[in-house]
Ligand binder design. Sequence first.
Ligand SMILES: C[S@@+](CC[C@H](N)C(=O)[O-])C[C@H]1O[C@@H](n2cnc3c(N)ncnc32)[C@H](O)[C@@H]1O
Length: 433
Amino acid sequence: MQAHQVDDLDTAERLYREVLDLRVAQPDALHYLGVLCHQCGRSDEGVELIRTALQVTPKHPDAHNNLGNIHKECGRLREAEACYRKALECGPQHHNALSNLAVVLEAQERPQEAFEAYEKLLRQAPRYAQGHYLLGLFLRNHAQNLEHIEQSVARFREAYALEPRFVQALEALSVSLYVLGRTDEAVQVYRDWVAREPDNPIPRHMLAACGGAEAPQRAGDAYVRDIFDRFADSFDEQLLHNLDYRAPQVLVDVLGTVLPAPDAALDVLDAGCGTGLCAPLLRPYARRLVGVDLSGGMVEKARQRGGYDALDVAELTAYLQQPGAWDVVLSADTLVYFGELGTVLAAAHAALRPGGWLAFSLEAEEGEGDRVTLTASGRYRHSRAHVLHALERACFHDIRISEDSLRKEFGQPVRSWVVLARRGGDAGPASAT
Ligand SMILES: C[S@@+](CC[C@H](N)C(=O)[O-])C[C@H]1O[C@@H](n2cnc3c(N)ncnc32)[C@H](O)[C@@H]1O
């Protein structure tokens, strides 16, 4: 278990198996080996092992809770809910199981039940910082009026007061303050944080995002890595269930209007692949499908999901320097971390074969002018004119920019651009129209 805790998974697995050679039904070894198998992408084996452990010790709340976590991370929310309820039957004070139950109820779009679970959690454990933080996020995600955002501020403040190293709570606090128009307070939260941790890329980027410092040309590598490594475990659940995220499907649909019928003939790059949500949608088109992302944590999740021929951990602009390699480059919700688009679009143009297609999504900045804004979320918004000019300067042809809503923020749809453009030259295999 010590090896497991320090992420030495090979040693931990070997030792758990040695224990099981000695005692075939040793429940802790079965249980923790199950958790480990899931971490290594062998979730079905993990489920079987924990189920076997539960036959030996059926009233073990941690084992029910961990089995629930595997189901949750595999998207089986009903099964996860049943496991958390079992964990709570066995250990009514199991805070972790109760907060997980609230999260899966929220993800199943049962906000009233989720709210009641969060309230019960905080009645039982008023000093549980994570519980205050999760309730704050819930209030903001489901806000029907500004009062709910005010309430989220109180929850984030409490979470941070209870656990001063809980920096996600600070970040969430400043976003809520910003949404309420209390920009000075939001900026002050980040200034204090930068003063305490001058080398931390998160408060530095977010200080700029709140207007307290000059915006960088794109989000720095360290910022992106930190944010997404941390976010990797809960990304799918947050985006798909709580934020109605649709960018992968919408972009692949729009590509489908210009590509030949899917017959596994194209070389496709998923640029900023994250946890690999685009892989199953792109696979039918791809002879070779490669994903690239700065965050090792996200790439690990993509590896577990499967579907790629190769995955690389790298910065996108640098990665695209390999010339003429792709028939299609798709980038879902990734260029929102770029302010200035010229460099990355020029690299994408050079990386495409003649006739190849680029598809990407952005958040939309209102108005006619050529503008880019770094917003309080830490992501950039681009005006239509800016996108068009950047694509033209990068020598793209057949530019199509349509408007859609690809996700929600604070309970509201976010206006987005769905962009398609083609590298000129000889018609490549990708250019059917
Ligand atoms: C919102 S996620 C989207 C992931 C995936 N495309 C999807 O649609 O589910 C944005 C991803 O872009 C990656 N990213 C941001 N800036 C990057 C850069 N400069 N180079 C490579 N990856 C980057 C992040 O690590 C993150 O995984």
